[in-house]
Design a protein around this ligand. Sequence first.
Ligand code: ZN
Length: 211
Amino acid sequence: MSSAYASDTAAAASPRPQTASEALQALADGNARYVANAAINTDHSAGRTARSEGQQPFAAIVTCADSRVVPELIFDQGPGDLFVVRVAGNFINEDGLASLEYAAAVLGIKAILVLGHSSCGAVSATIKSIHDNTLPPGHLPSLVNAIRPAVYDVMAENPADLLAAATAQNARLNAQKAETTGPILSDFHTSGKIKSVAGVYEIATGKVAIL
Ligand SMILES: [Zn+2]
């Protein structure tokens, strides 16, 4: 292989996004390819040597640990393109903030997408916990307590689909947290170098809706 990037067609078609809007567009374009089953980032051995020298992901994805939610596939990106922070229920705790601060200040990401998904077990467990007025066993209350504010927000509106509404609100609240938490992330957002958005991944269709 003469080039460090064997997938030259994909690399030429998709130069690294330089702005927040370019980064979000690249994610949207990649998701459209994924939905159409027309992925171009399929050669995962390409660029291994170049990647050993460093990383320059263009976006951070905060998403659920759910096995059906696979950011590199969903957005048709290759190794080194996405900085992924995962925890069941896709909320941002102190460790998540630190991870995103590193991605912003050191790696130069241009966008943060907090991605909820359909049929999320963590959000379902939180709704059940509130309805039953009980806490799940073990360390699960930690997840439930983190997701609870989103459920309370939408319960007042009595939505037809509480799970979907709470999933969307949880993504929104955490995108706001990424945007407003100082000092590092808030500065990057104020200066326009990074934009944070919320989205929901629909498992049945493969589509990501930006909220
Ligand atoms: Zn989930």
